[in-house]
Design a protein around this ligand. Structure first.
Ligand SMILES: Cc1ncc(COP(=O)(O)O)c(C=O)c1O
Length: 408
């Protein structure tokens, strides 16, 4: 149905491009952060929902239940205990704010720091959602290279020296240290200490985004940057999207009260969904650990299937590092491939991939890269989809040069 009303001159002139209508998922869906459908713990979530609603359902009559504006207290207590055990973060439940996904955490932290024209430092390969948000806020985005150990300390020093010489104090250093998106590297402890030392020296806080940290293959998560200092030199966000399910839309911000008291007034939605918080808290108490243990194994298997399919189809023309965990593989193709174009033509053949240009602060450098999510598709679908991708890529760019092996 078309709208009969004429909005000309009424809508803001700086809105983002109009959304395209959703037309369903492609057959081979390797984009975004969708997770493994068979791993969603449906039966235990049903049990948890029944139990918690019978016990506490009446508290839904109040905004914030009995827990106040930071979110459902048992969930905040679970997060605080888990972060102490797994990430070395000392915080109490009142230093945890429940958010609607860590995307809301990103928005909230950005909103207290970033005004138009402010400089922010990010990894030069980073989460597209972070880049678009900072662009929309009118930030000056300074990309600093990442290497096999995450954010490069020497390049960070150079950037900080350069900005200081220009009289600019960036608002924060945004980093994804544990299973970086998109490179899937884990920053070792020594590098973490170097980054923290630079943050202290130049008096620039760190904005730490750890939404994949539960998915390090061996289950051993390094101490978080926040855990190494335990104060607001590091503002920390996390999520249940990758460990349980993205559609739950539950994440969190960790900050001490002086910072939290500035962030909280920016969360103006009356609280994140209460049912999700209650059910998740009830579920996590008993089941979180065994669940992520099994999920990691499943994801590792799928990562291996994807790497094997790429080797079979592209040979050494697809370059990638074995990921340290997570749900993505970051792939480099030969220079004559343009992955933005490849993503468009592949989609017509039913294969969705994320073009690298959207995951880099220098889109030109991202032209030969693509991010492939292996978490959602069954192994057979991964094999087939990579075969179709190779066919399309050869037709468009002559890569891979070898005839594809049978994949159907
Ligand atoms: C680095 C990073 N941060 C934040 C998010 C947002 O996730 P969510 O809002 O589902 O927690 C994502 C999602 O892919 C991500 O990769």
């Amino acid at each position: 149905m078309t709208s009969g009303f004429d909005y000309t001159g009424l809508l803001r002139s700086d809105l983002p491009a109009a959304a395209a209508k959703w037309t369903g998922f492609p057959k081979y869906n390797f984009v975004g952060g969708h997770n493994d459908a068979d791993s969603v713990p449906v039966a235990h979530l049903i049990e948890a929902a029944t139990r918690v609603l019978q016990r506490e359902g009446r508290t839904l009559s109040m905004y914030g239940m009995h827990s106040g504006p930071l979110g459902y207290r048992p969930l905040r207590e679970f997060i605080a205990a888990k972060l102490a055990r797994d990430a070395g973060i000392r915080c109490d439940a009142d230093e945890v704010l429940i958010t609607s996904g860590s995307l809301q955490g990103l928005d909230l932290v950005n909103s207290v720091f970033v005004a138009p024209g402010d400089a922010v430092i990010v990894e030069d390969m980073t989460y597209a959602g972070t880049i678009t948000r900072l662009q929309r806020l009118g930030a000056r985005i300074v990309g600093v290279p990442v290497d096999a150990h995450g954010l490069s300390a020497s390049a960070l020093r150079e950037a900080l020296v350069r900005l200081t010489a220009e009289g600019i104090r960036p608002k924060f250093i945004y980093t994804i240290p544990t299973v970086q998106n998109p490179t899937a590297t884990v920053m070792p402890e020594a590098r973490r200490r170097e980054i923290l030392a630079l943050s202290s020296e130049f008096r620039i806080p760190i904005f730490e985004d750890e939404c994949y940290a539960d998915l390090v293959w061996d289950g051993v998560r390094p101490q978080a940057l926040r855990g190494m200092v335990n104060d607001d030199q590091v503002v920390h966000i996390g999520s249940f999207s990758k460990s349980i399910a993205p559609a739950l839309r539950l994440g969190y911000v960790v900050a001490s009260w002086p910072m939290m008291s500035r962030i909280l007034p920016m969360k103006t939605d009356g609280g994140s969904g209460a049912l999700e918080q209650m059910v998740l808290a009830e579920y996590c108490r008993e089941h979180f650990e065994p669940h992520v243990h099994a999920l990691r194994k499943t994801l590792r298997g799928k990562a291996e299937a994807l790497m094997a399919a790429l080797r079979a189809q592209f040979g050494d023309q697809a370059e990638f590092e074995d990921p340290a965990g997570g749900i993505f593989l970051w792939v480099k193709l030969p220079a004559r491939v343009d992955t933005t174009k490849l993503a468009q033509v592949a989609l017509q053949a039913g294969v969705a991939i994320n073009p690298g240009a959207e995951w880099m602060t220098d889109p030109v450098a991202g032209k030969v890269r693509t991010r492939i999510c292996f978490a959602h598709s069954p192994v057979e679908n991964i094999r087939e989809g990579v075969g179709v991708l190779a066919e399309v890529c050869r037709r468009e760019f002559g890569v891979p040069t070898q005839e594809a092996k049978s994949h159907r």
